[in-house]
Structure formats: structure tokens, C-alpha cells
Design a protein around this ligand. Structure first.
Ligand code: FAD
Ligand code: FES
Length: 277
């Protein structure tokens, strides 16, 4: 079933799992075949997965679209990269090829790319499971003939996600780990800060997803170097369609100082300058 919400095409489909692959302890990549959702999706958008047909867990779980699967240049499906943190994600990790999931999507407002001009350098910054939506973004930027600079961070080499997938697209990500087991020891925003300092005057835009402190630091670096930033936020979600107001965040507003916007509809991607932390 598909329906139109404003100008967006959203599908509610029962999809069967194509593949489920463990990529690190507690981290999985799930592949789902759906020409409809993958064709309608833009980087930064997400899907809601109803993991169990029964009542527990009752609410669907939000997952970013990690990458697009193609065959003969047609979009035929998508993957999600996820971390097991509770009951829903544990049950999801137990799904095997052929089992079905109810999927609603693509949802939300993703990264805005239409204003990116030639000569601009897109800078992708991902931390931890926040790397999930950024591979699709890199795929899309490449298709538009941009070559983003990619920064990936994690606690340790074991938890550094999607490095091989970025490398197979031809990127050489700049890597940091907090324990120093891979790349530079420290936070990914330290690496980003050094890069921006060494490249002063760069025409660039920062696209980031990760834990809130990382995003806040990325927004502040962008401001210091007079760059625009687009940050993907997370909130617990229920309806995913803008109806329950369960996912609001505080966003600056020219008239009244601030307003509340819905991560599931106006977001998950917001302008870094507008977010009230
Ligand atoms: C737009 C969006 C995109 C997302 N994309 C991804 C993704 O690509 N990969 C991925 O692994 N996860 C993603 N998440 C987070 C994912 O939805 C939650 O991890 C998942 O719902 C947890 O379900 P659970 O039943 O396993 O855990 P629960 O038992 O519901 O919760 C376990 C723990 O996780 C915390 N938690 C649950 N949901 C969230 C949330 N939305 N944000 C922060 N903390 C949460 C809870 O507070 C609790 O501490 C995304 C969330 C949003 C809102
Ligand atoms: S989850 Fe219901 S309004 Fe966002």
C-alpha cells in the first residue's frame, strides 16, 4: 500500500528479509528488497519497522536507510545498519532470510543537497551508530559528481562501522577511535577541527550524525569556520508521521525565539545553527 503525505510518497509494505549479516558484535546489517521504498528514498530519511506481529514491542522502531541496493542501475532495495540496544533490536537481529517485517517509509526530511554547488566540499562526519545514514548520503553525492571528505569515529576499531563499505565506494575515510585502536586516538570532532584549521577558507558544508555531544561540537566547529551544517537528530518515536508530537525538539525561530519541530517530519535532519541544545 502506498500513500501521499504532502508531496512525499510513503509506502506501508510487508517486506521479506533478504539478508541479515553481523558486522561487529551487537551490530547488524539487514537487507530488504523494495523497489518502491528505495526509489522514493532520499539520504537521511528513515523507515519504521514493526518488528513483531504481536503486541510486544507495540511501537515500530525507527531505522535510517543505510544504503541503496541496485541491480542494473535500478534501485531494488535498501539496507539498514543497526545496533542491538533493547528488545526491539534484539528481535530484529533474530530475523532471518524469508521472514517478513511491516515497513513504513521512507519517512522524514533528509539532507538538503539541491543548493550544493560545484567547488563546494561536502564533509561527512559520523560517530558510532550515527554512521548508519551517511553511506547513502555518500552514494548520492557521488552520483551527483561530488567527492565528500569522510570522517568516521567510534569507541574502538571493533565498533568502527561501515569503513569497508566507504572504502569500496572509493573513499579513504579519516578515522578516529577513542581508545586509539584504529586511526587517530580521540574524538572524531578533534579530527574534524584539525582538518578545518588546516583548510581555512574552505567552501564546505558539514553533514553529520552521531551522539548529541558530537553533533553539538560539529555545529560549533561549523559556526567557528563560518560553514553551514546539517545534523541528523534522534528521538524516541511513536507514529513517525507527525501526528503524536512525541518526537519534538527545540528549534530557533526568528519570530518567537524558538518553536518545537518534529524529528519524524521536519527532521531528522536540521540546520546545525537552528538547534537549541
Ligand atoms: C530517525 C531515527 C533513525 C534511527 N536510525 C537508527 C539506525 O539507523 N540504526 C540504529 O541502530 N538505530 C537507529 N535509531 C535508534 C533506534 O530507533 C533505537 O535504537 C531503537 O528504537 C531501540 O529499540 P529497542 O526496542 O531495541 O530498544 P528499547 O528497549 O526501546 O530501548 C533500549 C535503550 O535504547 C534507548 N533508545 C531507544 N530508542 C531510542 C532513540 N530513538 N534514540 C535514542 N535512544 C533510544 C532507550 O532509551 C533505552 O535506553 C534511529 C532513531 C531515529 C529516531
Ligand atoms: S513520532 Fe509522532 S509526531 Fe513524531
Amino acid at each position: 500500500m502506498g500513500f501521499q503525505l504532502l508531496e512525499k510518497k510513503i509506502y506501508h509494505l510487508s517486506l521479506s528479509v533478504q539478508k541479515q549479516k553481523s558486522v561487529a558484535p551487537g551490530y547488524w546489517v539487514l537487507s530488504l528488497q523494495s523497489p518502491q521504498i528505495s526509489s522514493a528514498a532520499a539520504p537521511g530519511q528513515f523507515v519504521l519497522l514493526k518488528i513483531d506481529k504481536n503486541f510486544d514491542p507495540l511501537l515500530p522502531r525507527a531505522m535510517s536507510i543505510h544504503s541503496i541496493i541496485r541491480a542494473d542501475n535500478y534501485r531494488i532495495g535498501f539496507t539498514i545498519l543497526y545496533k542491538v540496544v533493547g528488545k526491539g533490536t534484539r528481535l530484529l537481529s533474530e530475523k532471518r532470510s524469508g521472514e517478513s517485517l511491516a515497513v513504513l517509509g521512507p519517512l522524514g526530511t533528509g539532507f538538503k543537497l539541491s543548493h550544493i554547488a560545484s567547488g563546494y566540499e561536502p564533509i561527512i562526519v559520523g560517530g558510532g551508530i550515527g554512521i548508519a545514514p551517511l553511506l547513502f548520503l555518500a552514494q548520492e553525492l557521488m552520483e551527483r559528481s561530488y567527492t565528500p571528505t569522510v570522517f568516521l569515529g567510534a569507541n574502538s576499531q571493533e565498533e568502527l562501522l561501515a569503513l569497508d563499505e566507504f572504502e569500496s565506494l572509493g573513499f579513504t575515510p579519516k578515522v578516529s577511535t577513542e581508545d586509539g585502536s584504529k586511526g587517530v586516538k580521540g574524538m572524531v570532532t578533534d579530527l574534524l577541527g584539525s582538518y578545518l584549521e588546516d583548510s581555512k577558507g574552505l567552501q564546505a558544508e558539514i553533514f553529520a550524525c552521531g551522539p548529541a555531544p558530537m553533533l553539538e561540537k560539529a555545529a560549533s566547529l561549523a559556526k567557528s569556520y563560518k560553514l553551514n551544517s546539517q545534523l541528523s537528530l534522534e528521538q524516541r518515536m511513536a507514529c513517525g508521521l507527525g501526528a503524536c508530537l512525541g518526537c519534538v525538539v527545540k528549534i530557533k525561530n526568528k519570530n518567537s525565539g524558538h518553536s518545537y519541530q518534529r524529528v519524524c517530519t521536519e527532521g531528522p535532519v536540521f540546520n546545525g545553527e537552528d538547534i537549541i541544545w
